[in-house]
Design a protein around this ligand. Structure first.
Ligand code: SF4
Ligand code: F3S
Length: 106
């Protein structure tokens, strides 16, 4: 499966959702996740993310391993998103900021 990692938080560009052939992105207030039970590893979403926040599960950056389980957990709670929407107005300011997990809204 592919996994959405920390840099999506507060960036949430949503370019990723348009290319997924199996609609496995789920949307929360300031973060997206991938449903690992639906993802078919097509790889299409990975290059779409301007924040480089989508990685294969065997390539999760050190320290962000918990995002694998977080994607599974939140995809069971959040609704599916299939259409791109405007990112937050301050998305660019947050791109690349460290330690954003504490800002995750559920
Ligand atoms: Fe969807 Fe393919 Fe990305 Fe998996 S790898 S989330 S199937 S676009
Ligand atoms: Fe997040 Fe990147 Fe998609 S910032 S919403 S994973 S395009």
């Amino acid at each position: 499966t592919f996994v959405v990692i920390e840099n999506c938080i507060k960036c949430k560009y949503t370019d990723c959702v348009e290319v997924c052939p199996v609609d496995c992105f789920h949307e929360g207030p300031n973060f997206l996740v991938i449903d690992p039970e639906e993802c078919i590893d097509c790889t299409l979403c990975e290059p779409e993310c301007p924040a480089e926040a989508i990685v294969p599960e065997d390539d999760i950056p050190e320290g962000q391993e918990d995002f694998l389980e977080l994607n599974a957990e939140l995809s069971r709670q959040w609704p599916v998103i299939t259409t791109r929407k405007e990112p937050p107005a301050d998305a660019e300011e947050w791109d690349g900021k460290p330690d954003k997990l504490k800002y995750l809204e559920r």
